[in-house]
Design a protein around this ligand. Sequence first.
Ligand code: OOG
Ligand code: NI
Length: 465
Amino acid sequence: MSATGQWQLRAAFAERLSHMYGREVPAYTTLVDVSREVNVDVLRARGADAERLGSIGRVTAERHGAIRVGTPRELQQVARVFGALGMHPVGFYDLREAAASAVPVVSTAFRPVDGEELARNPFRVFTSLLTPADPRFFDADLRTRLESFLAGRELFPPELLALADRAAAEGELPEGEAEHFLQLAVRAFELSPEPVDRAWYETLERISAVAADIGGVRSTHINHLTPRVLDIDELYRRMTDRGIEMIDTIQGPPAWKGPDVLLRQTSFRALAERRAMRTPDGAVVSGALRVRFGEVEARGIALTREGRALYDELLGHVDEQASQHPSKARSDIARAVWERHMPGSEQELAAEGLAFFTYRLADDRPRDGRKPPTSLSELVDHGWVHAEPIVYEDFLPRSAAGIFQSNLSGEGTRDNDQQGTAHDAAWLSGALGRDVLDPFDLYEQQQNRSLAQVARALDLTDTPH
Ligand code: OOG
Ligand code: NI
């Protein structure tokens, strides 16, 4: 019997999760359909250029999901399940700081890390961990109740975790086990029919809708699933034309004539879903909760630390101008700021060290015995090597906070007089029991590997830079 390797498990899991979510949240299916239509149209209009940041095969299959868990122990179990799929924790996002309203979580994203694996299937899951120890949100009494509630639940059956460990250790699962693993894994992220304890849920909801979604129930669920689209402005128009109410904005960089960088995202509003509720007298009644939604994203080029600092600085300019001119559309302000300060071509981004690229030898490079130049910019300018942009595989804290907030029912409460608990990437690595990888390091390694190959092939003594 044949075995199923990790990337095949990952691709199968992403596909099954997508089917399951489409059954649970039908508007998601509409979003996937419209994304596909837009992608076909963009491909027709722009040809090969449309595939500069990923083949149409990759982009069509590409999804990210979001889940939220309550304790380090649960997060470690998540890491085992995704580890089985060849997905590793990358990046640290502190949503407590990025959000104005109460979003008491810190997050990472599980994703494949090497280029080949990403090309096979780039499935990623934004994963948030509740922070009950943060006194800005939870007082000592509520913290104790919350932690004991969380300690008493089981999100992942032992059988699923055992199969996950086996897949991670052996790099594959035999066919029967693979099937079983996939069924258990998808089931772990379905919406549970178990009645929600209404009083407890409402107690947490007064603090934060996110806290209630995580700690108010005895299971977890996929919160949203996000397809990738090649023209997010067009997608936004088409969804609106179909009568689907989208959030007000597209988060991230503005629409402009220069290169796409980082990540642009938008979503449709959370929909009310029927949920059984248990009242204080023990009766089970029918209720509704509004937590799950559909999101869509367009991905651009990964920026270096310097590029990212520029991005954050421009965001600051835009905020400032938007508050000075409240009647102007934020998107117009942002476009004007970008046109002034953001380099308008890939070549400039590369030359200024603001974005990541991989480099490969040009097939039509000079072959007349001439010696190649030694600097990277000359190698590119004189046709020896081609630069190809590295696609951004991660998330943006401010956009993530925006997506969280735009879908919350209330602001929640937060006591800013209290000192927040310090949580950083090192703390999260400790909670996870594995290293949270630095996304900038990963992109840089990928860029450097390609440069080392160029240097070898051209017999250069120094790696060009
Ligand atoms: C996660 C929100 C962040 C994104 O795409 O930025 C996110 C959540 O709602 O749990 O998914
Ligand atoms: Ni998302």
